[in-house]
Design a protein. Structure first.
Length: 152
């Protein structure tokens, strides 16, 4: 079953069960997909990879907002709780990321394969890892590990 069909089924189930929070999140995701579909210059088709990309971008924006609301303390607690729920909900549609040890070994392997030994080539290494493992790793984490490995 395609990811788009899974989203439709999730929305239908949420409406039947009167789960307004889940229905709202799925509607927002579908809206973001529609925005991408109608964006200027988009000529491809909507497939699972595009939907994962849209959900990942939405989750990332939620995480940034969550950090801001957590800074507010008690005043932002209710909104922060809602954002945590939304982030958790989005993660069920995203592929599982690599853990730190797997990511470290992946970065080491790609550095050897590319012949990267200088810290000045971190960007090249990060780009390669992000291209081959999009959606599974965060660029910031890859960069941090690459800098640690190449600093030695």
């Amino acid at each position: 079953m395609s990811l788009e069909q899974t989203l439709n089924d999730t929305l239908t189930r949420a409406i039947r069960e009167k789960d307004q929070r889940a229905a709202d999140i799925v509607r927002m995701i579908k809206s973001k997909i529609g925005e991408r579909r109608t964006a200027k210059g988009f000529a491809g088709r909507v497939d699972d990879a595009l939907i994962v990309d849209v959900i990942g971008a939405y989750r990332k924006s939620l995480q940034k907002a969550l950090a801001e609301y957590e800074k507010l303390g008690e005043r932002g607690a209710a909104h922060a709780a809602q954002l945590r729920f939304e982030i958790e909900f989005c993660e069920r549609f995203l592929p599982r990321g690599l853990d730190v040890t797997a990511l470290r070994s992946l970065v080491q392997e790609r550095a050897r394969a590319l012949g990267v030994t200088d810290a000045k080539q971190v960007g090249r290494l990060v780009g390669d890892v992000m291209k081959t493992h999009k959606g599974q790793v965060e660029a910031g984490d890859v960069k941090r590990i690459a800098e640690e490995l190449l600093a030695r």
